[in-house]
Design a protein around this ligand. Structure first.
Ligand code: UGA
Length: 436
């Protein structure tokens, strides 16, 4: 096989699967992206991206035009015709925090049923340590000859909103692989990428993914912990984060205080890692603390309001930004959702404005009122809580706020407006590490 003549199937057209499929197709591999969700596959075949992601629409167009990608629901044919089979299905959290492997197990069943030639099975989903071994064992037990496959762990580190860039220019590519035959194919796929490659054992590779997310989540909780001390001591959290970040061993990245991390990864993966460790009778105390700090951090704005007002009943609170971060329409585990639910429970009237996240939020918080226009959502409100640092919020019209809000009050959950000094304009302004 020459470089770029691999036939690749990516099973699962979610965030990771879709980006993997498109970037590899853009490198002239022949890729089929498979998903059981017919609606999603139909959309993709009609050039409609199922998620909002920078550059996705263009890349989808390009790959469909060059015919290097196809989208299908036919997993059997994909397995029978490809040299490389990526598994990129969801591994959500179960109620108790353990990893729900049911989607992955269904794919392994299909592999056992249809695999009839040698293929490298590359697992991209975030999975518990030992999964590569478990998949190998399951396939052997189901009667698949060991000559027909190798299973590799290849976790993904892309961020939503920067997914295509992060896939193409990853800080590192981690490959947990024990077979020389599979390694030769991995090199065909990954040698063209400039990123450093780490070839290691599957267990190490699987744990790298959890450890990376747990470390980043811990870094955020650490700065939030220090911010909480700042709010009592009049120390400035922004200056502290800047000063610490100048130490290259610490770095300024992921060091912004706020109402905590959300999304489909950090909350789920930190909890899963704690559970995985418990299985081995190891207590991950630092990660556990990071989770607890994050949980209380999310509700800081509500606590502040409760201190401020005796009654929540009848108060109109506008949530600015509902997505877990800007440049995405994803609202999963967003701090805003915890805030909205709590405010509604306390009897407040909650309004929401987000440039693109309203639709997704509406599905999980139907009791809030959603606005298409920013200033309509502000008009007549008692308080604004800025939950996501969307660029347009930086230009908030303070004159409008002073004139049209019942109380000109902003709780800045992302310390996003500090450089505009809203207090100088007569606005009641609260920041994380300041008065929150
Ligand atoms: C995260 C990781 O950054 C990726 O490397 C990883 O591949 C991905 O999870 C995953 O496991 O799939 P993502 O969930 O897209 O990516 O989001 P991030 O950009 O990491 O942000 C996570 C949360 O942390 C956001 O809610 C953000 O507002 C918050 N955050 C981030 C802070 O509160 N402070 C910071 O300084 C940075």
């Amino acid at each position: 096989m020459e470089v770029n003549d691999l036939k690749i199937s990516v099973i699962g057209a979610g965030y990771v699967g879709l980006i993997t499929a498109l970037v590899l197709a853009d490198m002239d591999h022949t890729v089929v992206c498979v998903d059981k969700d017919e609606l999603k596959i139909n959309k993709l075949n009609h050039r409609i991206p199922p998620i909002y992601e920078e550059g996705l629409e263009e890349l989808l167009d390009k790959c469909l035009n060059s015919k290097t990608i196809t989208f299908s629901t036919d997993i059997a044919t994909a397995i029978k015709t490809c040299d490389v089979l990526y598994i990129a299905v969801g591994t959500p959290a179960l109620e108790d925090g353990h990893v729900d492997m049911s989607q992955s197990n269904v794919i392994v069943d299909s592999l056992a049923k249809h695999l009839d030639h040698y293929a490298v099975i590359i697992n991209k989903s975030t999975v518990p340590i030992g999964t590569q071994k478990h998949i190998t064992q399951t396939l052997l037990e189901k009667g698949v000859s060991k000559e027909l496959f190798d299973v590799v762990s290849n976790p993904e580190f892309l961020r939503e909103g920067k997914a295509i860039h992060d896939f193409k220019y990853a800080d590192r590519i981690v490959l947990g692989c024990e077979s020389d035959k599979a390694k030769a194919i991995l090199k065909q796929i990954y040698d063209p990428f400039v990123s450093p490659k780490i070839y290691t054992t599957p267990e190490t590779s699987e744990l790298i993914k959890y450890a990376a997310n747990a470390f980043l989540a811990t870094k955020i909780s650490f700065i939030n912990d220090i911010a909480n001390l700042c709010s009592k001591t009049h120390a400035d959290i922004a200056v502290i984060a800047y000063a610490l970040g100048l130490d290259h061993r610490i770095s300024p990245e992921f060091f912004k205080a706020g109402i905590g991390y959300g999304g489909s990864c950090f909350p789920k993966d930190t909890r899963a890692l704690v559970k995985i460790a418990e299985h081995y009778e190891i207590q991950l105390k630092i990660v556990q603390s990071a989770i607890e700090i994050n949980e209380s951090q999310k509700l800081k704005p509500v606590k502040l309001l409760l201190n401020h007002w005796e009654e929540m009943e009848g108060k109109i609170v506008t949530i600015l930004g509902v997505t877990f971060k800007p440049e995405t329409d994803d609202v999963r585990d967003a701090p805003s959702i915890a805030i909205i639910n709590k405010l509604i429970e306390l009897g407040a009237q909650v309004r929401v404005y987000d440039p693109i996240g309203n639709k997704n939020a509406q599905k999980i918080c139907p009791k809030a009122q959603y606005f298409e226009e920013l200033y309509h959502s502000i008009d007549g409100a008692h308080c604004l809580i800025l939950c996501t640092e969307w660029e347009e919020f930086h230009d908030l019209d303070f004159r409008f706020i002073l004139k049209h809000m019942r109380i000109p009050m902003i709780i800045d959950g992302r310390n996003f407006l500090t450089d505009r000094d809203p207090e100088d304009d007569g606005i009641l302004y609260f920041t994380v590490g300041g008065s929150i």
